[in-house]
Design a protein. Structure first.
Length: 749
């Protein structure tokens, strides 16, 4: 089935926040932000802006009737800075005017006096100064101290990974307006409508039931709107409440880039020990996460880095400690993979280091240490239905790892100024929110009198195709034509207390809730059909718009059945509630069963380096991916390709850079380069692993949103291998992204 949004996307009819027809009297907001990264606010004078023609209001911390607090996990983040500013671009005020241009001009009239304080942007420096967002976390297995004695080889190193700008096509924004009796409705571009609802209620000092949040779709989120959409929704709501007028606030691209948090940069130290037979015996690492100025989702992201610190390998003795460091940068946040990619890069760097020192291909070490059935993860969960070995074998069978390695070596022999490099990237990614309580969802399904169906869930459509998948679940469970089904907007009054659409589990959680509701409705309707037809309901089914009896079409159509059921006063609406079974995790002991299942896959990447220019391209990426039983292979392949491109971008060309004063330098699309069609791999071949999907996956179709991003990590090591082929004295270092500038330096160092 095609993505139900394709036509409206390509014809420009899909509605985003900025496309909502505005109500009469709508006003426009622009955020005034801190010009410095750290300081005491001595003066914030908004009078110049307020007196400007066309300006209807300027709102600051003192205008907040409720609590000036939007922290998601811990309450450490204000909506508007009041006494101190802690990052460059931190909101100080919202200027509201008759149009955006006037509001922007008025911002320039605001006068501040901020006493500068020391700016820290480096996570290790912050850690040394004791500036941590939360206490450090450690995951352990085996006995790391004894393990070193059993190692034939021990290697150490240091790694850096950079930030990443989400660059959703639709920037952050919200439109807030009053309903009857001063209730407020917010149209928000958020992955987490309930977080918006809760925070707006707290900011306004009103109960949650007075705030309605509605989301049609997002022009991309990628984690950047898991909780960072909240601030702008709260600001629009605050102004709307004060002015009693509709207020729209859409961030300009450049403001979005400088104000919002990104993927967390990590700095890390590792130590890896191997046996003579190249089994990894011990792995020790310390992660320094650059959290930015407030916790945001950093603690949960830190946890996921630990969960994925051994990627798809079994390592009997491990000790990994992670620090979430408080720096004067915009609070960093969720980004596809949620800390997993950072953790995986470090173990891959450790393996690359060992491979270099021992002069063996990294793939040999990777293969020897792949996770096997019933191996315990370092967090206690025992690995079941492990497919990583199968993915590896299938990749080899389909593409020939040795054959490709031979082609690369031959090319490198024949060419002086062009070199190729290859790398393998296995991935094992856990599916579920690592916070147990978030693994729940609800769906509300209405069958209307005419037989058409409306489905509401907590899922947010952000391009990943979750609405299409939920429509498929409904269609398959009720056994009716997809044309009869409509997926409604995500609205907090129809489906409440939602988890954000994140952790790749949007389709699993909301799809299961939809399935539960549809099964109930189907049962009820079959029972009704039984009494209409006067036969035992056990003989009946719904098939293709008709009731069937013993597999043969009866004279009762779906429409007739629904209509009769309604006349008979049978309830045609149902709410389904789903909570993922068996997941738990004890933070004290760092042990448990946090994931419903894992997604596996292996990628092989071949890069082609121009050794005069330092530029590179990717010739091909071959992937074997474990989709389970994909319910929509076109959508899922799209997720693999998009995530791969995003992963390669993070590892190669995307370089978030701040100056020492904490000001974003890569603040536009001319200074921050994202992959485009020209930098996409020349060839991407992805083969689905033929295996049965697990039960907690919706229709046994595994979650797919995040895992393939990590295939992109192989890009770094492929380029590194190409550099080695040109410059034998290059000692591999681990400082991502591997930009062309860095490549050039390494070719001739
Ligand atoms: N795909 C598109 N097109 N746009 C997005 O914003 N977000 C990714 C992924 N794929 C994203 C996307 C992220 S970060 C997650 S967690 C999942 O989609 C969320 O959706 P799902 O849970 O329905 O897979
Ligand atoms: N993944 C994504 N988002 C989250 C998670 C997670 O594990 N936990 C809390 N928010
Ligand atoms: Mo995705 S980073 O879990 O929104």
């Amino acid at each position: 089935m095609k993505n139900i949004d394709s036509i409206s996307h390509v014809t420009g009819r899909s509605l985003y926040v900025d496309d909502i027809p505005v109500r009469t009297g709508t006003l426009y907001g622009v955020v005034f932000t801190s010009p410095v990264a750290h300081g005491n606010i001595i003066k914030l004078d908004t009078s110049g802006a307020e007196s400007m023609d066309g300006v209807t209001g300027v709102f600051t911390a003192k205008d907040i009737p409720g609590e000036n607090q939007i922290g998601g996990i811990i309450p450490d983040e204000v909506l508007f800075a009041d006494k101190k500013v802690v990052f460059h671009g931190q909101p100080l005020a919202l200027v509201v005017a008759k149009d955006e241009f006037t509001a922007r001009k008025a911002c320039a009239k605001i006068v501040t006096d901020i006493e500068p304080l020391e700016v820290v942007t480096d996570p290790r420096e912050a850690c040394n100064k004791g500036m941590l967002l939360v206490p450090p976390s450690t995951f352990r297995s085996g006995d790391i101290h004894k393990a070193w004695d059993q190692c034939a080889h021990i290697f150490e190193g240091k790694t850096e990974t950079g930030g990443q700008e989400h660059l959703y096509i639709e920037t952050q924004g919200a439109y807030a307006y009053l309903m009857e009796n001063g209730h407020i409705k917010i149209r928000s571009s958020t992955q987490g409508p309930t977080h918006v609802q809760k925070s707006a209620a707290e900011i306004l000092g009103i109960p949650m039931h007075r705030v309605e949040v509605d989301v049609t779709r997002l022009g991309g989120g990628f984690g950047g709107k898991e909780d960072q959409a909240t601030a702008y929704a709260c600001m629009a709501a605050l102004a709307a409440m004060h002015l009693q007028k509709p207020v729209k606030l859409i961030l300009h691209r450049l403001d979005d880039m400088r104000m919002t948090g990104k993927r967390h940069p990590y700095s890390a130290d590792f130590r890896i020990g191997l046996s003579g037979a190249l089994k990894i015996v011990a792995y020790q690492a310390t992660f320094y996460q650059n959290g930015g100025a407030a916790a945001d989702l950093s603690p949960a992201i830190l946890d996921r880095s630990l969960f994925h610190s051994t990627n798809s390998y079994f390592i009997p003795n491990t000790e990994v400690t992670a620090y979430s460091c408080k720096t004067n940068l915009p609070p960093n946040t969720a980004f596809r993979g949620f800390g997993g990619p950072q953790g995986m890069y470090i173990i891959e760097a450790a393996i690359a280091k060992a491979a270099h020192e021992l002069n063996v291909p990294a793939s040999v070490i990777q293969e020897k240490n792949l996770l096997r059935e019933n191996d315990p993860f370092q967090y206690g969960q025992v690995a079941k239905n492990v497919h990583i070995g199968k993915c590896y074998q299938m990749l080899d069978k389909e593409f020939g790892i040795k054959k490709i390695a031979g082609e690369v070596a031959f090319f490198n022999q024949e060419n002086v100024l062009h070199k190729k490099g290859m790398a393998l990237m296995p991935v094992c990614f856990g599916i579920s929110f690592t916070n147990k309580s978030m693994n729940q969802a609800r769906a509300l399904v209405h069958i209307y009198q005419d037989g058409s169906v409306g489905v509401s869930t907590g899922a947010i459509e952000m391009g990943q195709g979750v609405n299409t998948k939920i429509l498929q679940v409904t269609s398959r469970t009720l056994n009716i034509d997809p044309e009869r089904i409509k997926i409604e907007s995500t609205n907090t009054t129809r489906v409440s207390n939602t988890s954000p659409t994140a952790a790749s589990s949007g389709a699993d959680l909301n799809g299961k809730a939809t399935e539960i509701a549809c099964i109930q409705l189907r049962k009820r309707l079959i029972k009704t059909a039984g009494s209409i037809l006067g036969v035992n309901p056990g003989r009946l089914a719904i098939y293709d718009g008709w009731v069937t009896c013993d597999g043969k079409r009866s004279k009762l159509s779906w429409e007739k059945l629904v209509k009769t059921a309604h006349l008979e006063r049978v309830c045609l609406s149902e709410q389904g509630h789903y909570a993922t079974p068996f997941v738990h995790f004890n933070k004290e002991t760092a042990k448990g069963h946090p994931f419903a299942y894992h997604v596996y896959g292996v990628a092989l990447l071949v890069t082609h380096l121009d050794c005069l220019r330092g530029t590179y391209r990717f010739d091909k990426v071959c992937i074997v991916h474990d989709f389970g039983n994909s319910m929509n292979i076109d959508i899922d392949m799209g997720q693999v390709e998009g995530a791969l491109a995003q992963g390669i971008g993070w590892m190669t060309m995307e370089e978030v850079s701040y100056d020492k004063e904490g000001k974003l330098l890569s603040n536009s699309l001319s200074t921050y380069k994202v992959p485009d069609i020209f930098s996409a791999p020349r060839q991407v071949v992805c083969i689905p692993l033929p295996v049965k999907g697990p039960k907690p996956a919706i229709l046994r179709s595994k979650a797919v949103g995040e895992p393939p991003l990590m295939y992109g990590i192989g890009a770094y090591f492929a380029i590194q291998n190409a550099i080695k082929a040109f410059n034998p004295s290059y000692v591999p270092d681990f400082d991502a992204p591997m930009t062309p500038e860095k490549v050039l330096m390494r070719l001739y160092q």
